[in-house]
Design a protein around this ligand. Structure first.
Ligand SMILES: NC(=O)c1ccc[n+]([C@@H]2O[C@H](COP(=O)([O-])OP(=O)(O)OC[C@H]3O[C@@H](n4cnc5c(N)ncnc54)[C@H](OP(=O)(O)O)[C@@H]3O)[C@@H](O)[C@H]2O)c1
Length: 322
C-alpha cells in the first residue's frame, strides 16, 4: 500500500506492506487523515512514534472497516468510522484497536470525520469535568487559547454548546467573525491585546485550555479566577516556567497537563467511550462540527505540513486518499 514515510525530514510517497488486523483490531481503508502538530514534530525528528506503532505519521483517520481480527467485531465490516491512532494514519490502510474507533457521526461528511478524533478526545478529556453528572457548577467563563486552530475551533464549540459557558479566546483578529459564529463571546488578538488584563478586569476565567505553554503561564494564572483550573496541552512557546506558589495556594488554583498519545490504551479507550456518550450526539445533530478548511491529497502531505507550520490557518487540515 501507499504510505507517506519520513526521509531526510520530508514526507515521501512510499510503498510499504499492508497492515493486518490483530485479534482486538480492525482494518480501516482510509478516506482521510487529520494533520496534527505532533506529526510535524515527528517529521522533524522530535516526537518518535511509540513502540508498536507504524513509523509513518498520522494520529487520526476516517474511512471504512474492511477487515477485523476477531470474530466479535465481524459485524463492523463495511461501517464508516473514524479512529484515534498512535501513528500510521498517513496511509491507505491502518490497523487499530477496536476500542479506539467510533462510528462516523451522522451530521459529518466521511472526509471531515478524520478531523475529529484528536481534537474531540483532547478537548473532552481536559474539559469534560465541566459537563456530566459530577461536574461543578457551570463556570461563568472559560478561556481557550489558539481559538483558530484545530483544537481551538472545536473547544470553542464544546464550551459554548455543551458546557454552556461564556468562551473567550485568543486568535488573530482576522478570524474573529468565524470564531464568534462558533460561539466565542470575545476574540482577543494575541498580537496586540493583553488577554490576562482583560480577563482580570472581567472577573477571570474558571478554566483555561492552553496550547501556548511557558510564555503564557504566568499570565494564565493571573487570569484564572479563584478555584480555577489551568490545563496546559501545548508547548508552542516554551516548556519551562516559574510559578508563584503563594498565589496558587491563596487562589486554590489547579494546574494540570496532559498528552493524549502517551496515555495507556485503557485510558484512550475509555475517553473514546465517553466521547461517544457525551459528544457524538451533538455531532450527529450538527450542534458541534469539525472545522475543516483545507483538504489536500495524501501525496501532498509535505505541503500540508508546510501550511500548518506557517501558522495563520483556520481549523483543521485533512489529507485525502481519493
Ligand atoms: N496534549 C495533547 O494531548 C494535545 C493534543 C492535540 C494537540 N496538542 C497541542 O495543542 C496545540 C494546538 O494544536 P492544534 O491541532 O490546534 O494546532 P493548530 O491547528 O496548528 O493550532 C495552533 C493554534 O495556536 C495558535 N497560537 C500560536 N501562538 C499563539 C499565541 N502566542 N497566542 C495564542 N494563540 C497562539 C495558532 O494561531 P496562529 O495560526 O495565529 O499562529 C493556532 O490557532 C499544539 O501545540 C499541539 O501539539 C496537544
Amino acid at each position: 500500500m501507499l504510505a507517506m514515510t519520513v526521509a531526510d525530514g520530508k514526507l515521501i510517497a512510499d510503498t510499504v506492506p499492508d497492515p493486518e488486523a490483530g485479534p482486538e483490531e480492525v482494518l480501516i481503508e482510509v478516506a482521510a487523515a487529520g494533520v496534527n502538530r505532533a506529526d510535524l514534530l515527528q517529521v522533524a525528528g522530535h516526537y518518535p512514534p511509540p513502540a508498536g506503532a507504524p513509523a509513518w505519521p498520522g494520529l487520526e483517520v476516517s474511512g471504512t472497516i474492511v477487515a477485523v481480527g476477531g470474530e466479535e467485531n465481524a459485524a463492523l465490516v463495511g461501517t464508516e468510522v473514524c479512529a484515534l491512532l498512535s501513528g500510521g494514519g498517513y496511509a491507505e490502510l491502518v490497523a487499530v484497536d477496536a476500542g479506539l474507533v467510533l462510528p462516523k457521526p451522522e451530521g459529518v461528511d466521511l472526509v471531515d470525520a478524520a478531523a475529529l478524533p484528536e481534537v474531540a478526545a483532547t478537548v473532552h478529556s481536559n474539559l469534560g469535568y465541566l459537563i456530566g453528572p459530577r461536574s461543578p457548577e457551570r463556570p461563568p467563563r472559560v478561556l481557550v487559547h489558539g481559538g483558530s486552530g484545530g483544537i481551538g475551533t472545536f473547544a470553542i464549540q464544546y464550551v459554548h454548546r455543551l458546557v454552556g459557558a461564556e468562551v473567550w479566546t485568543t486568535a488573530r483578529s482576522e478570524f474573529a467573525e468565524e470564531l464568534k459564529a462558533l460561539g466565542a463571546e470575545r476574540v482577543l488578538d494575541y498580537r496586540s491585546e493583553d488577554f490576562s488584563a482583560e480577563l482580570q478586569a472581567a472577573g477571570g476565567a474558571k478554566a483555561i485550555l492552553d496550547v501556548v505553554g511557558a510564555a503564557y503561564f504566568e499570565d494564565n494564572l493571573k487570569a484564572l479566577d479563584t478555584d480555577g483550573r489551568l490545563v496546559v496541552i501545548g508547548l508552542q512557546q516554551g516548556r519551562t516556567a516559574e510559578i508563584d506558589l503563594g498565589r496558587l495556594l491563596s487562589k486554590r488554583h489547579t494546574v494540570a497537563g496532559t498528552t493524549l498519545r502517551a496515555r495507556p490504551l485503557e485510558q484512550r479507550r475509555s475517553i473514546l467511550a465517553e466521547l461517544f456518550e457525551h459528544v457524538w450526539p451533538a455531532l450527529d445533530d450538527g450542534l458541534v462540527k469539525p472545522v475543516v478548511t483545507t483538504r489536500v491529497p495524501l501525496t501532498d502531505a509535505d505541503e500540508a505540513h508546510r501550511v500548518m507550520g506557517a501558522g495563520g490557518h483556520l481549523g483543521k487540515i485533512v489529507l485525502t486518499t481519493a
